[in-house]
Design a protein around this ligand. Structure first.
Ligand SMILES: [Zn+2]
Ligand SMILES: [Zn+2]
Length: 205
């Protein structure tokens, strides 16, 4: 699997273009920042964007989504418990920042344990609520895309109305830290890390 990071927007959210090199397609994990640099990168890579997997329904991970959908007709995936946030400015927090985040409808609603086949990859869904009710991590090969659940030496904010620190810490312990062996962790903000490093050093879990 190839992973190409694009970072953008007010809160510098990470989006990841992922694909198997033998596939002509690309899958995007989260859609922060602007659509144009993501589409330009896909074109440069020679890949057609066919699916967007959202880690959770906060606007900083969604700002490029409506435009991407318009230009590529990609399928949008999100956990069923966060699906309403795609079209609700209060749930996706865009109203609090006076930002416009165009409403959009999901194509596929996800549940814990689902496997998404996209861009030549099998991507497993782990439901990790706490930052949001429908927050997920996506696991593919030796990589985890952790959204705002787990960051390098930190975790996602839990001061939002729908958040719970206890639930978030439990999700990380019972869904991520129990995975056997080590993984590269690609978070929704900041640099990548490894699961083993976080098991040993993350004081917030
Ligand atoms: Zn968030
Ligand atoms: Zn975020």
């Amino acid at each position: 699997m190839k992973v190409v990071r694009k970072t953008g927007g007010l809160f510098m959210a990470n989006s990841y273009i992922v694909f198997d090199e033998n596939s002509g397609e690309a899958c995007l994990i989260d859609a922060g920042g602007y659509a144009r640099p993501i589409l330009d990168k896909c074109r440069e890579l020679g890949k057609k964007l066919t699916s967007v997997l959202i880690t959770h329904g906060h606007f900083d991970h969604l700002t490029a989504l409506a435009k991407l959908k318009e230009e590529t007709e990609c399928s949008v995936y999100i956990h069923e418990a966060d699906a309403a946030a795609l079209s609700d400015p209060r749930l996706n927090l865009s109203d609090g920042f006076f930002l416009a985040c165009r409403p959009i409808k999901a194509d596929v609603l996800l549940k814990d344990g689902d496997v998404v086949e996209a861009a030549g990859l099998s991507i497993r869904v782990l439901h990790t609520p706490g930052h949001t009710p429908g927050g997920v991590c996506y696991v593919c090969g030796n990589s985890i895309f952790s959204g705002d659940t787990l960051f390098k030496l930190s975790v996602g904010r839990t001061d939002f109305p729908q958040s719970s620190y206890e639930q978030l810490a439990d999700s990380i312990r019972s869904k991520l830290f129990v995975l056997p062996g080590d993984y590269t962790v690609y978070p929704g903000h900041g640099p990548h890390t490894s699961l083993q490093f976080e098991r040993e050093n993350n004081a917030l879990v």
